[in-house]
Design a protein around this ligand. Sequence first.
Ligand code: FE2
Ligand code: FE2
Length: 190
Amino acid sequence: MEIITEDIKNEILQRIGEKRYNHTLRVMKTAVELARNFGIDEEKAQIAGYLHDCAKIKNKEELLKEAEIYNLNLTEDMKRAPQIIHGYLGAKIANKRYHIDDIEILSAIESHTTGKDNMSDLDKIIFLADYIEPMRNFDGVEEARKLSKINLDEAMLFSLNNTIEFLCSKDEYIALDTIKARNYILEILK
Ligand SMILES: [Fe+2]
Ligand SMILES: [Fe+2]
């Protein structure tokens, strides 16, 4: 992964903190395993996994400041669910600051939190790696891990359903991209 220099590593570590940085390393490793298992480009999975949370800035004001610097257009969904901003912003930072111009990698970073319509296999792998990395611990994670070994679409449907059910149970807003992702996977599995 020569693209990622020591300077970039230190910068990301500074931006997102050690805890989140260690999570990105676990996501990267999980993403590479999934890619290997399903015959998908392992280097792309590695880079996307490594960078997926590069914009996960805890402080909301700072996050919004960065969004403005990188010309990220804040959609209604992003305003209503600010926790989804870091995916879209992460793709901008990966592209403009870290010179990643592979649209598949950028798409996977962008859609890792919400999912989206027409997800590629790489998009699914990064979404799932983020969902099931070894330190994740929530109701359903074991089932998501099991399905991720067998079928990406089945694993996606389970994970999206689980996420949507969780958000419903908390009366929380659901991003439209998440609904679109779920409907898209449902269509594939028919
Ligand atoms: Fe994230
Ligand atoms: Fe993450």
